[in-house]
Design a protein around this ligand. Structure first.
Ligand code: GLC
Ligand code: GLC
Length: 827
């Protein structure tokens, strides 16, 4: 427990040393209003969109690291300190940060004064509430001065950083007692303002940054705090802030509670003003009134806790391994909610101004989220599909605020369309709601072009077969899942991005074996969906395409010991033993194994053995090997990264589960589990200093074996890794997955496991599933007993509401006499 420990009973990670190897952060908010908060209270808040509606400033990649946040300062005459240690960094007598589910509590103590602050965004509120408790732990009376600090961002976070010639003149505030309003640009086109409120009378304030901090001071030593008094400044341009000042006296043992509210308000055009130049504060006052007492805040905190209890009760695991329990029951699901909300927009690695919601990313995020709130998944699927083009291609990204495709990135990533089938099918299997397929969904956000969602899926499927290359394999386009394998770019200009530069597909022979595998997996899902809908002809047509793809992979996608990765622009092999560097890639091994292409011929087994031999490391499976050591213009960005990082032979955690699932296709539960544990954060606590990033969430990338420091993690939180690992461990290792007709049970586990149980809420029913493994096998269901009755096969039927008891006995030979089982089912 060098920096902290898991407190599973409270669903918290407790940090005991503020100097973690990197800021260890948390997310607040689950809908519309969000905040990022580090273990020293750094971070920022935004409404829906971290680019267009950012409330407060944050300084990425700054010195010191993690610079900017909701800061509090205490000056007791002798010590000046902050409860979260930063920004003052006065050594504390005690420090603790508890990151919980959508809240964070930071407690600091200095010279007998204890300050505990809980940060959270109440359910359905457009506000961050900060509940502070100050306690005199000493034996004498204490008098001290408290300052809050919040620096406003002028809404558009990108503009805020680069258009200073304008911005330093536009800032406007309004001061109304203990409520400090930020109204920059409200008088022209904006319909929104923000405020920072304290629920008590204050003894002063500042709203101008320079007045509070001083031009030559820093966050660590603001002038007002050093002087022990604010200047009641009113900002006009420059950098508006909101800082409250309060003098506090506490008797020995006495406590006082303060509630700060950082809120966001939108007003209709005709209701913007109270009087000329004075903003209409009605909604702000109503919002304040909802959370301005300890009782109200505690009730909102309880509501939030109950919300999470309910969400997490959909899937609960009871296993002998605590680390696995805490990942499955708490943290991995929590991260899946965060990735669903954020896609790849805002983290401590994604600055919130570049990438919004990703087409492929958000579809994949759904597989870890859909069981939590299926209705939100439904809405998301429609939003995503609305950014598809009529030919099946898609905008690669869209902005969460506008839900519009992002022209700056455009489209042309030929894997994108297939992920829509994954997202949609996952939703239907979870919810049983086929009606989503009949929804009319626009193309390119143009309602006049709307067709049903089912049509979108058909068009997605067809996009692959309409774009086949010379070997009958899918053309890669700009890139497939691997954004950095840019086979049609030939970029010589360091000023252009590989994702947006010219895409020279004219005459290109660049084909992707990964998309081929992806197409077989989700094409098969599409076939099954058609069958389910009674569209037999379409099912047959699609099946033929899938079969043809399998053949093409066997014929042109196999290298002898593993699957090829691609063909380049000229038709040369990529990911072949013939190549000097990049002989083998993970993605095609994963997808072709998941697709079971060449399973009978031994291809899957050989490919996965090659992965083990060439790509596996103690810290996870690297993406390719050998790493590229020079820039290959015909490969693009992948060869720009130093060896062992990111897509160039880094451990890209997102794709490790593809190999795990592949292993389960072979029944190799021990190997799947080993791969799972290698990258699962709860198992990495002992190597904190190396791993660096949060031990409670997955990161996108761990440095690979060719890197300077193998095992070093980066880019935590926003990665498809969260959803893929949750999906893999629950559905493919522990083996309980939703199907159209019910819940399928098909575990593939380490053979030494005895027993575990899963409680699964599913379409209104609740299934208590116990799996036992008396014969110590890795795979195979010998007997399935549902509510006391033996059932043939391995699907628990959808039994509707009520509690259902399920016993699963694993073994290699069926213990069910099929004649009698049929009789039982028929009864
Ligand atoms: C990033 C992107 C994702 C991409 C992956 C591999 O994680 O968000 O879309 O598939 O990198 O390049
Ligand atoms: C870079 C990253 C990749 C990411 C892409 C998004 O290429 O290496 O992981 O998906 O940017 O634009």
């Amino acid at each position: 427990m060098k920096y902290g420990f898991f407190d599973d009973a409270n669903r918290e990670y407790v940090i005991t040393d503020p100097k973690t190897p990197f800021p260890w952060i948390n997310y607040l908010g689950n809908h519309d209003f969000f905040s990022l908060v580090s273990n020293t209270a750094g971070g920022y808040s935004f409404y829906k969109d971290a680019k267009f509606r950012r409330l407060n400033r944050y300084r990425y990649n700054n010195v010191p690291m993690d610079n900017g946040g909701r800061y509090f300062y205490i000056n007791d005459g002798e010590n000046i300190w902050s409860p979260g240690w930063k920004p003052v960094k006065t050594p504390l007598d005690h420090y603790e940060c508890r990151h919980g589910l959508s809240y964070t509590t930071i407690k600091g103590q200095k010279a007998d004064i204890e300050a505990e602050v809980t940060f959270f965004v109440p359910l359905n509120a457009w506000a961050e509430v900060q509940k502070m408790k100050l306690t005199n732990k000493g034996k004498t009376e204490k008098t001290f001065k408290l300052f809050s600090y919040n620096e406003w961002c002028l809404w558009n976070a990108e503009d805020d950083q680069n258009n200073l010639q304008r911005n330093l003149s536009t800032g406007e505030v309004e001061i109304d007692g203990a409520t400090l309003y930020h109204k920059t640009e409200y008088k022209e086109r904006r319909n929104h303002y923000a405020f920072y409120h304290l629920n008590q009378e204050i003894d002063g304030y500042d709203t101008d940054r320079e007045s509070f901090i001083g031009l030559y001071n820093e966050f660590s030593n603001p002038r007002a705090v050093l002087d022990g008094k604010p200047s009641n400044s009113e900002a006009h341009g420059w950098s508006p802030i909101a800082s409250h000042y309060k003098e506090i006296t506490l008797a020995p043992g006495e406590s006082t509670d303060l509630i700060f509210i950082l809120g966001y308000i939108e007003n209709e055009e005709e209701e913007k003003w109270e009087s000329k130049g004075v903003i209409n504060k009605t909604k702000a006052k109503a919002l304040i009134d909802q959370y301005n007492t300890v009782e109200k805040v505690d009730a909102a905190l309880k509501e939030l806790a109950d919300y999470w209890t309910e969400l997490l009760s959909v899937i609960t695991l009871n296993h002998a391994d605590d680390k696995l329990n805490r990942m499955v029951n708490i943290w991995n699901q929590y991260q899946c909610m965060v990735t669903f909300n954020m896609s790849r927009s805002a983290s401590f690695f994604e600055v919130g101004i570049g990438r919004g919601m990703g087409f492929r990313d958000s579809n994949q995020d759904l597989i870890g989220f859909v069981h939590q709130v299926p209705e939100r998944a439904r809405e998301r699927i429609i939003d995503i599909a609305s950014t598809q083009f009529p030919d099946g291609g898609c905008y690669h990204q869209y902005q969460p605020l506008t839900k519009r495709g992002n022209d700056a990135i455009g489209g042309g990533f030929n894997d994108d369309p297939m992920w829509l089938i994954l997202g949609t099918v996952s939703y239907i299997k979870e919810s049983g709601d086929f009606s989503i397929l009949d929804e009319m969904v626009p193309f390119d956000n143009d309602p006049s072009l709307a067709q049903t969602l089912f049509d979108h899926l058909t068009i997605s499927f067809n996009h692959v077969i309409n774009n086949l290359g010379p070997n009958g394999l899918p053309l890669i386009g700009r890139a497939d899942w691997n954004d950095c394998l840019n086979l049609n770019c030939f970029s010589k200009d360091p000023n252009e991005s590989f994702q947006t530069t010219e895409n020279n597909t004219e005459g290109s022979k660049a084909e992707s074996v990964m998309i081929a595998g992806l197409f077989v997996v989700y094409g098969t899902d599409y076939v099954a969906l058609c069958q389910e809908l009674g569209k037999t002809e379409e099912a047959e047509r699609a099946q033929n395409c899938v079969d043809a793809m399998k053949e093409a992979v066997k014929q042109f996608g196999w290298d002898g010991e593993w699957f090829l990765r691609a063909y380049d622009f000229y038709g040369n092999k990529v990911g072949s033993d013939e190549n000097e560097e990049g002989k083998i890639f993970i993605e095609s091994q994963g997808w072709c194994s998941m697709a079971e292409i060449g399973l009978e011929e031994g291809m899957v087994e050989k490919a996965l053995d090659s992965v083990k031999e060439r790509l596996d490391t103690p810290y996870g499976i690297v993406l390719n090997n050998p790493a590229f050591t020079e820039y290959k213009i015909e490969y693009g960005e992948i060869s720009t990264y130093p060896a062992g990082y990111k897509e160039n032979a880094g451990i890209f955690c997102h794709n490790n589960p593809w190999i795990m699932i592949g292993e389960t296709k072979l029944g190799r539960g021990n190997q799947a589990w080993e791969y799972f544990k290698q990258i699962c954060p709860a198992y990495l606590e002992d190597i904190h200093d190396l791993h660096k990033v949060e031990p409670y969430v997955y990161c996108q990338m761990i440095a690979g074996k060719d890197a300077y420091k193998p095992g070093e993690g980066k880019n935590s939180w926003l990665s498809g890794t969260a959803a893929w690992n949750f999906y893999t461990v629950v559905q493919h290792i522990l083996g309980v997955s939703p199907e159209y007709k019910g819940l399928k049970v098909d575990p593939c586990i380490p053979n030494e496991w005895d027993t575990y149980s899963i409680n699964r809420k599913f379409r209104g029913g609740e299934y208590a599933i116990t799996i036992s493994n008396p014969d110590k096998v890795s795979k195979g269901v010998a007997k399935l007993i549902v509510n006391g009755e033996v059932i043939e096969g391995n699907i628990i039927p959808d039994l509707g509401e009520g509690n259902h008891k399920v016993e699963v006995i694993m073994g290699t030979t069926s213990l069910v006499d099929s004649a009698s089982a049929e009789a039982v089912v028929a009864e």
